[in-house]
Structure formats: structure tokens, C-alpha cells
Design a binder for this molecule. Structure first.
Ligand code: NIG
Ligand code: FE
Length: 404
């Protein structure tokens, strides 16, 4: 049976001016979970007589929101470090003293699959309440073969418990685990020779990420990991140029990265490199805000080079404990100077591209997956403008209306 969404004002997020202008009252016909036809209400569109109708009552319908960068799976919390930072210590000092990412690693290693799932679901519900229908989830708090795969399995399991589509990213190269202290190349061997092959073989990862930074992995180690990813048929992403300019983004571009993320310290050469490779620039204003960073990502250069910009929560316990994607639209505009149109595209069409899904998600267009968010607002700028007002009307995933 078909489903029709009727009386919807569409913001399709297709390329071009039209993609941001709300349409007159329209109808979307859905067949087998895909968009089959789109047109104005008065135009007769062929659909099944038995089609089920969902009346959108003139509300605004966007593509389902996509949070393309999260670290949703973890145990414990780090409010103590938040206090330490406000008492003068830096994020780097805390990590170097064995805290930071490593404190979450200790907690996450101890936790079972069920415990990690139970901890993740309320956070996921926060994202869902901000209109999200697809998320990316990274590993990176396990740092052993077994614990990294455990995290990826929990991420895969989320869609058994909520109406959510999940892309998984292996981030074994998040930081050096204590048992490899002073042996970082040996840990990179483990990643390349065991963790990536296992994740690929068991289809647990859709992509491979590396934290390329002085407190993460250097350029030659990052390149070895990218090469191994490609050998196993997996695309790459990078946490690059977050705290300094090492050239990780240009390296990622050389390996046709889906996205480079954070990129506050990205320079003109890096922008040129990612423009050439068609890599998405993923902006993470929650981490910028929470770490009280001063260095802004090079928005003007990215615009001038026509680099697609995505926007995501980076939800994690250390640098962005925010389970709400609408907050990132507001922060993207207020902190980084994005326009509300750029912010909306950042969580729809460009977020889809950052996950390698630009042909199937992130737009309201024939042939695309029937994932939508219905909003109780008049104009799309309201998505970036207000925060905390309950504007979500409902989500539709694979053509099914979800009552969250
Ligand atoms: O995206 N930059 C590295 N990783 C995370 C932070 C993880 C943590 O502090 O637990 C980030 O900011
Ligand atoms: Fe991150």
C-alpha cells in the first residue's frame, strides 16, 4: 500500500534556490519506503486508491534530520573535568594526565553491551526530539579489538529499539591506549592489521576515522590507517585541524575522505584540497563552544570554494555533551556565522553527503528514502532561531509516521 503525505509545505533541500523556499501545499506519494512522486495538492498525482493519507495540516516538512558526527556510545560522564577546565586546566592537560578520552575509555571497557545500550538510549531520545531520523555513531572509547567491536555492535543495535537509521564509524585511532604507552606505532599496527579487518569482515563499520592531532595520531600514522581502510573497501573520515594545523585535512582529501570534521585550524591550502576531492566540511559548534575555543573555522574560504558544509552535534562526554541537533543549528549561525539556509542544509543534504548517502537521503526528491521531519513552524529560519520551544510535530521514517 502507498502512503501519501498531504497538505505539506515542503522545504526539499534540493540544490538551488528553490530547495529552501517553502512550497505551496503539496503532496508526497511514498511507495515501498521511497518517495515516488511529489507535487502541488491541486495537481492530480497518480497514487494507489488504497493509499493511507497523513495530513500535514500546512506544517513545514523537511528531509529527516541527519546527525552525521556523534560519539553516542559511552559510559560515565566528565562533569569533574568540566570543573577542572573552569579552574584553569586545559583539555590537553587533562588528557595528558590520563583523564579526558582515557577516563571514558576506562568506564566504557567495564560496561556490558546492555549497559552501554541503556546509557545511549536517553541520549538518542534527545537527538530524536530534535527531529533526527539518521545518525552516525563512532567507536573510540574501547581501543581494544573486543571493546571497539562491542561499541559498534551497540550502535548497530540502536535501530532495534528506536525508529532511527545508524551509520557506524570505527574510530580506534581516537587516542593511544595506556597499554601502548610509548608504542604508538604498535597500536597503529593493531588497528591496521586486526581491528579494521575484523570490523570490515563483520560489516560493523561503514567508515574509518582518525583523530589526527598532537594528542592523537601523527600524519604518517594517519596515512597508514587510511590506506588500510581503503584496502578493506571502507571510506574514510577525519577529526582534523581541531586544535592545531597538522595538514590532516589535506591528507584526508588525498584519500577522498567523505568528510573532515572540526577544522577550526584549516587553512587556504587545506580548503583547496578538500574542495578538489569533494570532501564535506563538518562543523561542530558544540565542541567549539564547550571548549571555549577562539579559532573559528574558515567559513568564508569554504563558501568561496563551494565546499559543502555539514553541521553535527559531536555528542560526547568531554567536548560536546549536547544531545540536540537544533541547538547546533542555532550555534552554527550565532558562533560561526552560517545562514539559517546553510545550517539547514548542514543537517540534511550535506550531512547525507558526509555519510556517503547523498543519492538516497537528505532531500525530498523522487527516489529518495521517505524520511521526513514535520515542524510546527512557518518559516525554515525558525529552525535555527529559537531553542527549547517544542516545534517538532512528528518524524516519518521509511514512510511510517512515528509517535515518539
Ligand atoms: O570530537 N576530538 C576528539 N574526540 C572528541 C572528544 C572526545 C572526548 O573528549 O571524549 C571530539 O571532540
Ligand atoms: Fe568527534
Amino acid at each position: 500500500m502507498n502512503t501519501s503525505l498531504i497538505n505539506a509545505r515542503l522545504v526539499t533541500c534540493q540544490p538551488g534556490y528553490e530547495g529552501y523556499q517553502p512550497s505551496p501545499l503539496s503532496k508526497v506519494v511514498i511507495k515501498d519506503g521511497l518517495i515516488d512522486a511529489v507535487g502541488p495538492m491541486e495537481q492530480s498525482i497518480e497514487d494507489d486508491d488504497q493509499s493511507l493519507s497523513i495530513d500535514c495540516e500546512g506544517k513545514l516538512l523537511t528531509p529527516g534530520f541527519i546527525d552525521c558526527h556523534t560519539h553516542l556510545i559511552f559510559a560515565g560522564q566528565r562533569s569533574n573535568e568540566f570543573e577542572q577546565r573552569l579552574n584553569g586546566q586545559s583539555y590537553q592537560d587533562i588528557l595528558n594526565a590520563g583523564g579526558g578520552i582515557l577516563s571514558t575509555v576506562r568506564e566504557t571497557r567495564k560496561a556490558s553491551h546492555q549497559e552501554l545500550l541503556d546509557l545511549a538510549l536517553p541520549r538518542l531520545d534527545g537527538l530524536i526530539s530534535s527531529g533526527v531520523t539518521s545518525i552516525e555513531v563512532k567507536s573510540g572509547y574501547g581501543l581494544t579489538l573486543e571493546d571497539e567491536l562491542k561499541m559498534l555492535r551497540v550502535a548497530k543495535d540502536l535501530s532495534q529499539h528506536r525508529a532511527i537509521k545508524v551509520s557506524t564509524t570505527l574510530l580506534a585511532a581516537h587516542t593511544l591506549p595506556p597499554e601502548y604507552s610509548h608504542r604508538s606505532d604498535d597500536y597503529v599496527d593493531l588497528i591496521c592489521e586486526e581491528i579494521i579487518p575484523h570490523a570490515a569482515e563483520h560489516r560493523l563499520a561503514d567508515s574509518i576515522d582518525v583523530f589526527c592531532e598532537s594528542i592523537g595520531f601523527n600524519l604518517s600514522q594517519t596515512e597508514r590507517i587510511f590506506k588500510s581502510a581503503h584496502q578493506h573497501g571502507l571510506p574514510i573520515k577525519g577529526h582534523t585541524e581541531q586544535l592545531s594545523n597538522l595538514g590532516g585535512s589535506a591528507l584526508a582529501a588525498k584519500y577522498s575522505a567523505l568528510s573532515v570534521d572540526h577544522i577550526e585550524y584549516l587553512d587556504a591550502i587545506g580548503v583547496e584540497a578538500i574542495a578538489r576531492s569533494g570532501t564535506v566540511a563538518t562543523l561542530l559548534p558544540g565542541a567549539f563552544y564547550f571548549l571555549n575555543e577562539q579559532q573559528h573555522p574558515p567559513i568564508e574560504l569554504l563558501r568561496a570554494a563551494n565546499v559543502p558544509m555539514a553541521l553535527a552535534t559531536d555528542l560526547n562526554p568531554g567536548t560536546s555533551p549536547f544531545a540536540n541537533l537544533l541547538l547546533m543549528l542555532n550555534m552554527g549561525c550565532t558562533l560561526f556565522g552560517l545562514t539559517p539556509e546553510e545550517a539547514l542544509r548542514g543537517v540534511t543534504c550535506h550531512a547525507a553527503k558526509a555519510l556517503g548517502l547523498s543519492e538516497s537521503r537528505g532531500q525530498i526528491a523522487v527516489g529518495y528514502e521517505a524520511d521526513f521531519t514535520l515542524w510546527d513552524i512557518q518559516s525554515p529560519a525558525e529552525l535555527s532561531y529559537q531553542f527549547g520551544v517544542p516545534i517538532l510535530s512528528s518524524r516519518i521514517v521509511d514512510g511510517v509516521r512515528i509517535n515518539d
